[in-house]
Write a protein that binds this ligand. Structure first.
Ligand code: IDP
Ligand code: MG
Length: 144
């Protein structure tokens, strides 16, 4: 079992696509094991996207990600990282395959509706950035 971080970005939350996106996740063998709605600061967005600090779009991306409410989730399943990336579609919705979330909902390459970790290393940075271990559901053996 693998875990990945998903974010429903401000453009999608604002336009009321949260339910549809969570529905898509749950219909594709991914289990939501943590979920929250929050409005992150510019500094928190910069920390989250620090690998992109040198990119020309960093300033605009972090302003956008802190511009409104996001829904953040931990997804669990077999090959969860790749499975979620496949459901999301390409970064630029113009390149995304039909049926993917970005093809259906994204506005442009920046306001592209969803985020997903791109590797196990990234997931292990991104999941604890949003969730403490106590906030992530896991089945515990019943006390006898
Ligand atoms: P990903 O979200 O598909 O993994 P990344 O290359 O990691 O794509 O970029 C992170 C986020 O930065 C993208 O999801 C998008 O919101 C934004 N972004 C990426 N490339 C561009 C660009 O060329 N212009 C504006 N924003 C971009
Ligand atoms: Mg990425």
């Amino acid at each position: 079992m693998e875990r990945t971080l998903a974010i429903i970005k401000p453009d999608a939350v604002e336009r009321g696509f949260t339910g549809k996106i969570l529905d898509n996740i749950e219909n594709n063998d991914l289990k939501v094991v943590a979920l929250k709605m929050l409005h992150i600061t510019k500094g928190e967005a910069e920390g989250f996207y620090k690998v992109h600090a040198q990119r020309p779009f960093f300033e605009s991306l972090t302003a956008y990600m802190s511009s409104g409410v996001v829904v953040s989730a931990v997804l669990e399943g077999e090959n969860a990282i790749k499975k979620w990336r496949d459901l999301m579609g390409a970064t630029n919705p113009k390149d995304a395959t039909s049926g993917t979330i970005r093809k259906e909902f994204a506005i442009d390459i920046e306001k592209n509706s969803v985020h997903g970790s791109d590797s196990p290393e990234t997931a292990s940075y991104e999941i604890p950035y949003f969730f403490s271990s106590l906030e992530i559901f896991s089945r515990r053996p019943t006390q006898t």
